[in-house]
Ligand binder design. Structure first.
Ligand SMILES: Cc1cc2nc3c(=O)[nH]c(=O)nc-3n(C[C@H](O)[C@H](O)[C@H](O)COP(=O)(O)OP(=O)(O)OC[C@H]3O[C@@H](n4cnc5c(N)ncnc54)[C@H](O)[C@@H]3O)c2cc1C
Length: 520
């Protein structure tokens, strides 16, 4: 899967695509996998890198959503629990079971949450991950050795899934390509073309790297641009009403000592009524998230001082050693593409259900939902898109389609387990090419071989692509990622035939992005 080959395919395509999908996040990549595996002729374009939007900035949970149970949205919980099981089955190299402990400091909390979480467990039926049970104080401490002990009465443990969002995304894009889709990053949709009836019949694109204009004719255009989706809708119809109510969530990352053991903490009610998690992730501790309505949707959202203070304060109430600002290794924010419901002002209460909306121009927009339900969203979207474009009806096969990298015993690859069936190829690079076995930073497990693999097999173009989304260095430890940047730039330059000026510019560009992940 190389960008040059994909671009050549795009330029040589001389008939309308069955489906052009705009937006290379979870939603767009899921739609591309679904449509291509049904045998449709599919183009997927992403304006920057795959996963540059919200899909690399999630809490990394494959979950039914305990919160939605509380809101009474049982159908969403059941759907998500089912999808959780399907994803673990189709991508076992990326999804793992994780115990979540709800600690209790007040007498009624354990029985109260115990009941709700038992129901959560039962709703998962045959897709169950592990049995919910109540814990004594001692058992709670065994599962969470670094929890605050003062006033602790016990807890409840339930099980959900954890994954790596941008790794799953790149594996989905690869799966789509393997199923015949043309998938290109750094190609932006800048306009929509229409036929004599004012009906959308194609997309005007610009190749970000060469500046070249490209036109892609389409029988149907799917707008999967997440929190940005109103931008494309306004291109189709300047009078279109906004669909998305953007809501920002921020996470903080600390070292592993703050949360020892293999279990996560789930706080069902923060002081402002949100759910908060502290989760072991890639040898670090991930804590979040907030839920703040925002007006703008920047491509690099930044956690505000208030959000950081709120997370630190909440974490401090549950952890034996309260983390401080100086302990933050990385701070990252993402924007939820929640679908508007009337004039609701509290985005935490807005539905996480997805919506498929067809404008009178024929532009089909899919928005909302969550990472966990991407497959089901894609199935719904492709069913509707195929009807709209009068494509031949073909059944969805993704419920049992293995995702690229599928491997049932990937743990045996150690630090490379997330690559699943690709891990041996990376091990070979490290063994057979001089210098590629070396680690890029003492605090992170990544090697030069992974950079070369990302460039050769995963369409990584920039230092940021490698450090933020092919590896997770930027999200784990922003300063370490900054230190790795010059070496990554040199490796990419060798792969892409770039000069020293390109390398210097790349390091500078990455430093500007990474500055937003360092809490000062
Ligand atoms: C803080 C936070 C935590 C979350 N945690 C979880 C979780 O733990 N579990 C879970 O299941 N869900 C979670 N979610 C929800 C989940 O992350 C999102 O629902 C999902 O990632 C949205 O994916 P998307 O593809 O719709 O949007 P995006 O990932 O934003 O993708 C849209 C893409 O479109 C591209 N684009 C925009 N305009 C154009 C254009 N003109 N041309 C080409 N491309 C364009 C963008 O660059 C972007 O990459 C979380 C969300 C947030 C914000």
């Amino acid at each position: 899967m190389t960008r040059d080959a994909m671009l050549r395919r795009l330029q040589a395509h001389d008939r309308p695509w069955d489906m052009v999908i705009v937006g290379g996040g979870a939603t767009g990549a899921g739609v591309a996998v679904d449509a291509a595996s049904r045998g449709y002729d599919v183009l997927l374009v992403e304006q920057l890198d795959f996963g540059k939007g919200t899909s690399s900035r999630s809490t990394k949970l494959v979950h039914g959503g305990v919160r939605y149970l509380e809101q009474g949205n049982i159908s969403l919980v059941i759907e998500a629990l089912k999808e959780r099981g399907t994803l673990r089955q189709n991508a076992p190299h990326l999804v793992r079971d994780l115990g979540f402990v709800v600690p209790s400091y007040i007498w009624w909390e354990s029985p109260f949450y115990g009941l709700g979480l038992k129901l959560y467990d039962q709703l998962s039926g045959k897709y169950r991950f592990g049995p919910t049970r109540r814990l004594s104080k001692e058992e709670t401490l065994e599962l969470l050795p670094t929890i605050r002990t003062e006033g602790l009465r016990g807890g409840v443990v339930y099980y959900d899934g954890q994954f790596d969002d941008s790794r799953l995304l790149i594996n989905l894009v690869t799966t789509a390509a393997e199923q015949g889709a043309t998938t290109v990053n750094y190609v932006r949709a800048v306009g929509l073309t229409k036929d004599a009836d004012n009906y959308v019949n194609g997309v005007a694109l610009v190749d970000h790297e060469s500046g070249r204009d490209i036109h892609a004719a389409a029988r149907v255009v799917v707008n999967a641009t997440g929190a940005f989706c109103d931008g494309l809708r306004l291109m189709a119809d300047p009078d279109a009403k906004r669909m998305v109510a953007p809501s920002q969530g921020t996470h903080l990352v600390f070292d592993r000592t703050f949360l020892r053991g293999d279990n996560a903490i789930m706080v069902p009610h923060t002081t402002d009524g949100r759910v908060m998690f502290a989760i072991p992730w890639h040898g670090h501790t991930l804590v979040g998230t907030t839920d703040v309505p925002v007006d703008d949707v920047p491509i690099e959202p930044r956690g505000t001082d208030e959000e950081i203070a709120l997370i630190l304060e909440t974490a401090g109430r549950y952890l034996e050693r309260p983390p401080t600002r100086a302990d933050i290794l990385s701070v990252f924010a993402g924007i939820r593409p929640l679908v508007r419901a009337g004039d609701a002002t509290n985005t935490a209460a807005l539905s996480r259900d997805h919506t498929v909306h067809i404008d009178r121009s024929g532009l089909l927009t899919i928005a909302g939902g969550k990472w966990t339900t991407y497959r089901n969203m894609a199935e719904d979207c492709v069913n509707q898109a195929a009807t709209l474009a009068e494509l031949e009806e073909r059944p969805c096969i993704t419920r049992t389609l293995n995702i690229h990298g599928y491997h049932q015993n990937a743990e045996k690859f150690g630090a490379l387990s997330l690559y699943g069936s690709d891990a041996p190829a990376i091990q070979n690079l490290a063994l057979n090419e001089a210098g590629l076995g070396e680690r890029l930073h003492p605090d992170l497990p990544y090697t030069a071989a992974e950079v070369v693999w990302a460039a050769r097999a995963e369409m990584a173009r920039t230092v940021e692509d490698v450090l933020a989304r092919r590896t997770r260095a930027l999200f784990l430890n922003a300063r370490a990622a900054l230190a790795m940047a010059p070496r990554v730039a040199a490796l990419l330059a060798r792969e892409q035939g770039r000069d020293a000026a390109w390398q210097a510019a790349e390091v500078e560009r990455f430093a500007a992005v990474a500055a937003g992940y360092v809490a000062v």
